[in-house]
Structure formats: structure tokens, C-alpha cells
Design a protein around this ligand. Sequence first.
Ligand SMILES: CC(C)(COP(=O)(O)OP(=O)(O)OC[C@H]1O[C@@H](n2cnc3c(N)ncnc32)[C@H](O)[C@@H]1OP(=O)(O)O)[C@@H](O)C(=O)NCCC(=O)NCCS
Length: 168
Amino acid sequence: MATADVTFGFSCGRSKLDEYLVQRAASNNVAGWSATSVVLEGLRVVGFVTTVPAAVEAKLVRKVIRNLPGYPAPVLLLARMGANLEDRGRGVGPLLMDVAYRGAVELADRFGCVGLLTHAKAAGEGQPDARPYYAGLGFAVVEEPATEGDPTTMFLTMAKVREKLAAG
Ligand SMILES: CC(C)(COP(=O)(O)OP(=O)(O)OC[C@H]1O[C@@H](n2cnc3c(N)ncnc32)[C@H](O)[C@@H]1OP(=O)(O)O)[C@@H](O)C(=O)NCCC(=O)NCCS
């Protein structure tokens, strides 16, 4: 993402995500605090995805990766993602996920990464629960929300990430 990208008027239906994109994503990129990539139509942003390398307790992902050592497990955190409401159904989502898959492979090949982790948001602001969306992509639930309405922690192994990329 570049500071010249036009985010004015962007709405994915979730105000916190919109605010993040408009107010913080570009400066966080410059600061190196996270990496936001965008799908553009001309200069206009129609979708964005924010990723951050992270480490999680091995026991969180041991349910889906056998023989994982007990050290903190390196993951790529799919921290935020949104497609502009008016641009839904135009293939923006798959392009955003492609960025995340490629980022995970790059991280795995250079530094180690066991998969993609996300905190799928519960239904809110007229948007559906994101959990079925990620489940449809092959993500497994690795931690249920402590309280109803909190996000669900979901995980896609590197093997599945590579399968997705190989399938095109
Ligand atoms: C998640 C999001 C980025 C996907 O973008 P998109 O462009 O709609 O995605 P895709 O084109 O890949 O997928 C569209 C398909 O997924 C389905 N879908 C979208 N959100 C879904 C959900 N929460 N649960 C189940 N299915 C969902 C759509 O109905 C559509 O199905 P179809 O192809 O059978 O018509 C977009 O829905 C969005 O911005 N949502 C609001 C923000 C959000 O919840 N972000 C995730 C936070 S964890």
C-alpha cells in the first residue's frame, strides 16, 4: 500500500476495519509495524489485507500439526481483511487471500512459518460471522471464543497454504 492510494469512501461494513485502513494502514507500513497490501481499481482501494509475523504457543496449533516442538510456533497473522461493500463478488476476496498465502510461503521459506492464523470476527454491523468464510477456505478452529461475540481463532497449515497456491 502507498500513501497515494485512495481510501476515501471505502467501507467493508465493519467500522473498525475501515478506520484502520483509512487512518493507520499506510503509516503502519512505513513504520514497519504491519504490512497492508491493497487491491486497487485505478487509484481507488477496493480491498485490503494486513499481515504481521507472529509467534503462538505450540499447543494452540498442535491440534492440527503433529510432532510440532514445544517452542513458540512462527505463524503469519492475517490481522485484518476487508473488501469494499460495493465491490463484493468481484473476486477481491481471492486476491486478498492470495497475498496472505504468498506472504506465508515467503516467511516459511526464509524464516519459518507453520501456517496462517486469524481471529475470525463474529457477526456484527450487518456483516455475517467470518468463521464460515474461513472454514470454507480450509481454516480449522483452534480456539473457541471465551465469550460469545469474541473472535474465533482459526488456522490454516502451511501444507494447505501451499496446496491452495499450487491449485492456482
Ligand atoms: C471477508 C471478505 C473480505 C471476503 O471478500 P469477498 O470479496 O466478499 O470474498 P470472496 O469473493 O472470496 O467470497 C465471496 C463468497 O464468500 C461468501 N462469504 C462472504 N463472507 C462470508 C461469511 N462471513 N460466511 C460465509 N460465506 C461468506 C459470499 O457469500 C460469497 O459466496 P459465493 O461465491 O457463493 O457468492 C468480505 O466479505 C468482507 O470484507 N467482509 C467484512 C469484513 C470482515 O468480516 N473481514 C474479516 C474479518 S476477520
